[in-house]
Design a protein around this ligand. Structure first.
Ligand SMILES: Cc1cc2nc3c(=O)[nH]c(=O)nc-3n(C[C@H](O)[C@H](O)[C@H](O)COP(=O)(O)OP(=O)(O)OC[C@H]3O[C@@H](n4cnc5c(N)ncnc54)[C@H](O)[C@@H]3O)c2cc1C
Length: 309
């Protein structure tokens, strides 16, 4: 669909395939992909854009399945004008397009601990939106403030109260684009931080299919489950274990597979479509429910429209 779009200083590409912009390498086109030159360009564009046109900001697509019919409206992807990283005492500020790994490394060099970001393959906008975390630390633990451009083009500062972080989620309103975020970080010895990050990378490579086309954990670990109903018996269940017990480790549908190395990693083994991936995920949910009576919730975001719509 051709959209009537305001003029920009950055780049607009119509009918642009999104598959190559995601880790899963699947998905149809965006009606338009906008790569803003800087925050002012983004704000002017959103202020002038017909409010009826949907806007979807994407990072590096490491938590997404874009459906085969693509995304209606404008997809916004931040690039060069949004990846500065600054360290000022305890405060680390990064553009929303800066990769988590780069931010962690730059912080460590300056003796600041953002090591938990080192192995998360996304960018800072996605990290804040998703309250990314691992090894016991989440964005919410270090978050100071963020800047965003609202859907109507206003530049605003957001606090943790505005974003109400929860497990892998925040309340950023639809169509708002994060442009940068600041974190208040603990101090650490650079060499020790570097060694910790190297150990985390090695641990990831050992336990997860980090080189495959995935979007990380497919389903959330079901929380607060009690097999006896007693309050002192509440424990978290591991999604991978439930999937394995339902006989779905390694299960395939078209080019999609539940990864043999880690059963909670839905994988594009080559020629998968988004429909293959989503259908296999739904099949897993059904089998886990039949086997254990537990409904798995998707952690991967599925966006856009199916091919036949
Ligand atoms: C191998 C692998 C391992 C992973 N391990 C972890 C892990 O340990 N912990 C973890 O938390 N996640 C993990 N993930 C998932 C993923 O990396 C995170 O969710 C990451 O934060 C997503 O960032 P992104 O830039 O790729 O965002 P995308 O996947 O592109 O988008 C995710 C969401 O963020 C929104 N978004 C992105 N950028 C912006 C922006 N600038 N403004 C507003 N909204 C925005 C999108 O609209 C979308 O809603 C893993 C993924 C992979 C592939």
């Amino acid at each position: 669909m051709t959209l009537d779009l305001p003029p920009v200083r950055g780049t607009i590409i119509e009918n642009r395939s999104l598959a190559g912009l995601t880790w899963m390498r699947v998905g149809g086109p965006a009606d338009a992909l906008f790569l803003p030159a800087d925050e002012a360009d983004l704000a002017d564009f959103l202020a002038a854009l017909d409010p009826a046109i949907p806007v979807f900001p994407m990072g590096v697509g490491s938590n997404l399945i874009v459906r085969d019919g693509g995304i209606r409206g404008v997809v916004i992807r931040l690039g060069r004008g949004f990846n500065a990283i600054e360290v000022d005492g305890a405060r680390v500020t990064a553009g929303a397009a800066a990769l988590d790994a780069h931010v962690a490394r730059r912080a460590a060099e300056a003796g600041r601990d953002l090591t938990f970001l080192r192995t998360i393959p996304g960018a800072i906008g996605g990290a804040v939106r998703m309250n990314a975390g691992c090894y016991g630390t989440y964005v919410a633990d270090v978050f100071a403030e963020a800047r965003a451009v609202t859907r109507s083009g206003e530049v605003v500062t957001l606090t943790a109260e505005d974003l109400r972080f929860a497990y892998r989620q925040s309340t950023l309103p639809e169509g708002w684009v994060l442009t940068r975020a600041s974190f208040d970080t603990p101090a650490g010895d650079p060499a020790e931080l570097e060694a910790r990050m190297a150990a985390q990378l090695a641990r990831r490579d050992e336990t997860q299919p980090t080189k495959d086309r995935t979007a990380g954990s497919t389903f959330r670990n079901p929380a607060g489950f009690s097999s006896t109903g007693r309050a002192d018996d509440v424990h978290d269940l591991k999604a991978w274990k439930l999937i394995e017990e339902a006989g779905m480790r390694g299960a395939r549908l078209g080019g999609a597979q539940m990864n043999p190395k880690h059963a909670n990693f839905l994988t594009n083994t080559g020629g998968a479509t988004a429909a293959d991936l989503e259908a296999l995920g739904e099949d897993v949910r059904k089998r886990v429910f039949q086997n254990a009576g537990i409904t798995l919730e998707w952690e991967i975001m599925r966006v856009g429209e199916p091919a036949d719509k």
